[in-house]
Design a protein around this ligand. Structure first.
Ligand code: SF4
Length: 262
């Protein structure tokens, strides 16, 4: 069994086009959806409007996978973050010194969700599924097998093809397709300061909600006399740390695993 972990960004979409052109053998694309309230709305729109209609006539299966709890409830990352009384910090919030805290979001909402689907289709430690991740040559430092599950074998088709991130837009555009925007949760603390500035400038309602999230995550810590946590590395609240972008600025490569932001 071969599948691509489809993040909805430029590298994943480049892989989908390469699959349609039979440059890579994968036919199955798995989009682990962190939630309609959590994934960047532009990514969700792109998956529905561009990727899914492209996949189907090209003989590719694009599956959108939600996280389902043991009780059968659909859980979103935003829902977990905003759960009343919760003190858990599943996203890589920044501590006062700017360093990111440990996170469980990628594992719980992407790796585990994908793994469950693969296991249901028969992936086992003795017969692992191959999961292709869209890390490109310029981001080779993200190609780490640290998070490999026993029923999976990770591959990097863009590395095998010696392709860089910058090669993907022309692969997509030459197919007559619109380019995707950067995929990630819109509140991800791994976003660069330029990315935050862009969010403030272009989507101020989401920026405001991110400020509320930061306050929600810090409030229970303040009650316990613990350090605040932040969504930027500046050691200051988001609203103080970010001013609106003046130009189009790029998004940092922030996730070290390739399961997010590809
Ligand atoms: S994009 Fe950021 S917040 Fe969302 S799952 Fe990945 S690391 Fe976590």
């Amino acid at each position: 069994m071969k599948a691509i972990s489809f993040g909805g960004g430029v590298q994943s979409m480049g892989l989908m086009v390469l699959a349609a052109q039979r440059e890579i053998p994968h036919r199955t694309f798995l989009f682990a959806n962190v939630g309609a309230d959590s994934e960047d709305p532009r990514t969700l729109d792109y998956v529905e409007r561009v990727a899914a209609p492209y996949a189907q006539p090209n003989g590719l299966d694009l599956h959108v996978l939600d996280r389902i709890t043991r009780s059968g409830r659909r859980e979103t990352l935003w829902g977990r973050l905003m759960r009343p009384g919760s003190r858990s910090l599943p996203i890589p919030v920044r501590m006062s010194n700017g360093a990111p805290g440990t996170r469980s979001c990628t594992r719980d909402f992407k790796i585990a969700v994908t793994g469950r689907w693969l296991r249901e289709l028969g992936a086992r430690p003795g017969t692992p599924a191959e999961v292709g991740i869209g890390i490109s040559l310029d981001e080779i430092m993200r190609a780490s097998n640290r998070h490999v599950e026993p029923h999976e074998r990770i591959s990097y088709p863009l590395l095998d093809l010696r392709m860089r991130r910058a090669d993907c837009p022309s692969v997509i555009a030459d197919e007559g397709l619109e380019l995707p925007s950067k995929s990630a949760c819109w509140f991800c603390p791994l976003k660069s300061r330029a990315g935050w500035a862009e969010l403030l400038r272009d989507r101020p309602v989401l920026f405001e909600r991110a400020c509320e999230l930061e306050e929600t995550l810090t409030a229970p810590r303040a009650a316990l006399d613990r350090d605040p946590v932040y969504l930027t590395r500046s050691g200051r609240p988001l609203a103080e740390a970010v001013t609106a972008a003046q130009d189009e600025l790029p998004f940092d490569v922030g996730c070290d695993s390739g399961w997010c932001m590809t």
